[in-house]
Design a protein around this ligand. Sequence first.
Ligand code: ADP
Ligand code: MG
Length: 651
Amino acid sequence: MALFQIAEPGLSAEPHEHRLAVGIDLGTTNSLVASVISGTAEVIRDEEGAALLPSVVHYAADGTVTVGAVALRDASRDAKNTISSAKRLIGRTMKDLADTHNLPYDLVDDPSMVRIATAAGVKSPVEVSSEVLRTLAERAEKRLGGDLTGAVITVPAYFDDAQRQATKDAARLANLTVLRLLNEPTAAALAYGLDNSAEGVYLVYDLGGGTFDVSLLKLTKGVFEVLATGGNSALGGDDFDHRVLCHVTESFRGGNPKAVFTVNGQPAQSLPVHILSAAEKRRLMQLSRAAKEKLTESEETVIDFTFDNGDRVELPLTRAEFNGMTCHLVQKTIAALSGVLADASVEPKDVKGVVLVGGATRMPCVRDCVERFFGFKPLSNIDPDQVVAIGAAMQANKLAGNTSADDDWLLLDVTPLSLGLETMGGLVEKVIPRNSAIPIARAQDFTTFKDGQTAMAIHVVQGERELVDACRSLARFTLRGIPPMAAGAARIRVTFQVDADGLLSVSAREMKTGVEASIQVKPSYGLSDEDIVRMLKDGNGRAEEDMRARELREQQVEARRLLESTRSALDADGDLLNAEERAEIDRLSAELAAAAAGDDVEAIKAGIAALTKGTETFAERRMDRSIREALSGMSVDDALFDETPAEEDKH
Ligand code: ADP
Ligand code: MG
């Protein structure tokens, strides 16, 4: 197996030089920065001692921008201009967002990425994220006492190309050099793998505020390999808050006998109808989250909500009730996790340890459920809030070249879906199979279908199915300038390359002339994790159906190829046949053409065999003629050099 070096060329540090590099966990809810200081990775705190920076940015009408806890305080007062969860929006369009939560902002549609209208103007999620990154970078520079060489920034495993690209843009806007984007669960595993140096298959269960990532990793001494990834980019602690919020709003309508109401300062049986203001919504969200977090420590809490006009609701909530209303969310994570295990053909009993990541994994219902599923306690000795930033800091330290070669470890990541090309008949030729370790480059040779063909259309697709229509189209481009040759004689080498950030480029090169065309593609632009799960499911259940369809298409292509070559042979050397022979070949051709138009595989095969046999004599005569011509020196180049280099070697 090929192993990939982490250190980029030119990034090795001079002896005794220490480059300042940080790891940043750019979270939906909270962000952190960490660095390796005196050989140990640690989270860098702000002046008040807080490690977590709420990923919240407030835009005031006068242009003042505040970030983090300060901005969060503005949230209930000025909800519309206080942007949280920008990570849910980054690299997404309105269409992508159709099934996620309603956010309390004025979203502006844009074909490239949704934007947010604020008092300080329309802001892109990239700008919002860059404010968070800038704040963390400044925090780190202050603490480390110098300019940063670069940062490793973590992203959810399922982030697609647009989202990754947008995250990089945010870093650039914040004047930060991105050493690499790293999947969050992988970063967590780095933190654990190095600290515990445990070997075996591990599962990383990351439930944050807005995303759920599950990764299956194989750890062997010094080497990390990601076996499979999965999850749900629209599931997280926020959804648990949302369940609590719905529970509270139901009580407004008298849906809960435990609710106690105060209206106009007096106890009341019911509540007048309230249309929630943005500020009320925001306050209610904060209360719901606080109640959820409280129930991690206590068996019971009381949600005490006051409307803008002073009306009030007090609603007791027990942990058991909370567990009941959120059980389906936990089950969803278990279902995704089972899928990843099945994908990698790993039984739960083969998993040696489970790493818990993300603040939401503090919830007892999550821990219990994971423990019940595996039959052992998950690992959580590194703070689940900090573990990603710590792993990222270690990686940043390596990439900046601060480590000696002998303690180098390697990191392998995987492609979530197969990448391939459309071939004749609408079939897919997979070039890079799913779950291949990246970075990876694979080349495959293709050839022309028609005599004299000078251009080739390259259609790049992604998915597990055999037929192009059932896969996702990623990009198309055309290779032109292929020298005219007989069908099948040209050699077109198509190279697929996926870089360490998961970005794909495809190039096609005609080997004799060196003419080349290439394209950068976005492997999963706009592809949600549901799409990926569906495409995987489709692929698994339909293997047999696909094989039958594939065989039919292959035979149809073969028939067309044979008809095509017969026709061009007749055009060129038809004079070698008498009228009777010619009529017989025409008849066999017509029969095959008719069979190929239908879907009877056996009839097509029979037609191919008949036409092949029926043209044998003709082919022999053509061969004789071409040898005669070659010997007379008419086309030695074409006849020998191009098509039979192997023969030459024998002489
Ligand atoms: P992200 O990676 O999305 O930024 P975090 O890992 O910081 O998220 O997790 C944030 C989530 O963790 C929030 O939903 C928050 O409410 C939840 N959380 C934090 N502490 C607790 C706790 N003690 N009990 C329950 N949930 C918690
Ligand atoms: Mg996180």
